[in-house]
Design a binder for this molecule. Sequence first.
Ligand code: PLP
Length: 228
Amino acid sequence: MIEDNVKKLFSQIPARNPFGEQITLVAAVKTQTPEAINAAISAGVKTIGDNHVQEFRDKYDLICGSPARHFIGHLQTNKIKYLLGKCDLYESVDRLALAEELSQKSLQRGVNSHILLQVNAGNEETKGGFSFEEIEDAYEKVSHMPALTIDGLMAMLPFSDDEKLLRALATHMREIYDKMRTYAPQFKYLSMGMSGDWRLCVDCGSNMIRVGTSIFGPRVYPSPSQNS
Ligand SMILES: *Cc1c(COP(=O)(O)O)cnc(C)c1O
């Protein structure tokens, strides 16, 4: 089932986006068991993305095949220590205080941390990230922080059926990404697109997609009592 889903997904993802860039698939593994994640990896998934530090820690040693590990969820500064040196890309750096703390902790630990700056493309109150207006200034500030490499941008698009709106936001994301690349030549990734909208996002210039449901099926969240 998971193997079939991964194979199907790989057959649907084009080799390159319209900008000629290869597309990286990140399996969004929140709530998934190590068995399910390992099934995805044996079917060809090379990168996994976690939302929760506790899950990242619990499963860390149970994952086979040495995939790249990304963090894609809201990160509290007091939990950075559990990810340091183990997370290959922090995709969800959504505020300056987090960048500052990640920089300091990385410096102390003697590691360099790769990050993406998260953009709240729909300006939604429920989502973190820098607005279109803030992102360039945020880059300027974070680029001076030691022990960090800013590899690009991560976008959270609104959940919406309005394809025109999503296309407009995704296109604008790519425009900002390209503009920033003129002074941030190290940029490699524009992470944008999930199960419902990755095709549209790739069309508009995303080169990294984060897919959960299309690989693992609908998520089953544990009840709060089991979660403690
Ligand atoms: C869960 C999650 C995804 C994947 O969502 P699906 O709709 O299941 O593909 C992508 N990005 C982030 C940040 C997520 O939390």
